[in-house]
Design a protein around this ligand. Sequence first.
Ligand code: F6R
Length: 242
Amino acid sequence: MELKVLESNKIDEEVANEIVTLIKGKPNCVLGLATGSTPLGVYANLVKKYENKEVSFKNVRSFNLDEYVGLKHDNDQSYFYFMHHNLFDHIDIDPNNVHVPDGINYENCLKTYDNEIKKAGGIDLQILGIGSNGHIAFNEPGTDFDSFIHLVNLKESTIKDNSRFFSSIEEVPTRAITMGLRSIMQAKRIILIAKGKNKNRAIKALFDEQGIDEALPVSVLKLHPNVEIYCDKDAAEGVIDE
Ligand code: F6R
């Protein structure tokens, strides 16, 4: 795992550049995308680069990591809405090439999502954020490293963390559909971004403690040959790079 510690806006620029470089080399590449506050700056940079005609997403395919169970596409808290509002609606990606796990008809999605990724040729670059408890996608502590797409009951800490986007904590869905850790590990390359003090404990546990342990889902990435971790100073404070 390669650790890069940069200013937050530098992270956004560098990761967006990595994505653009990938698209230029492989215009029909497959991107694995995350939601939440972490990748917002990366998406804003991608929109800018598209507007400046530096890149076209016409043939890009994308697969998102996760979605809340029970939220319809037009609900502004759904990850489908988030992706359209922050990225897809502002670039020339083909709506047919966009995939977000379905939090309503999830039974069908559970059967097909990993296969769809496989049929697309696998994920070339997976973008990840990280939960304060070390989750990646919505794979909470204790998730089987061998998991593919599945339903999950969100941990109280995740519901609390995410309540900042909702008007009250009661409105935060308690279940989600998420790509599994095995699905994520099949990506050819992974970039994880961590920003802010509340990610420091998880990042420290990842670098300072030797173990690869299902209690810290992100630690599975130690088994992947091609992972870059971008942290701001707050997230990386006190971290010993191995
Ligand atoms: C979202 C996702 C989550 C978030 C994580 C951090 O698609 O997979 O794992 O990356 O919860 O969220 P933020 O970025 O809001 O701190």
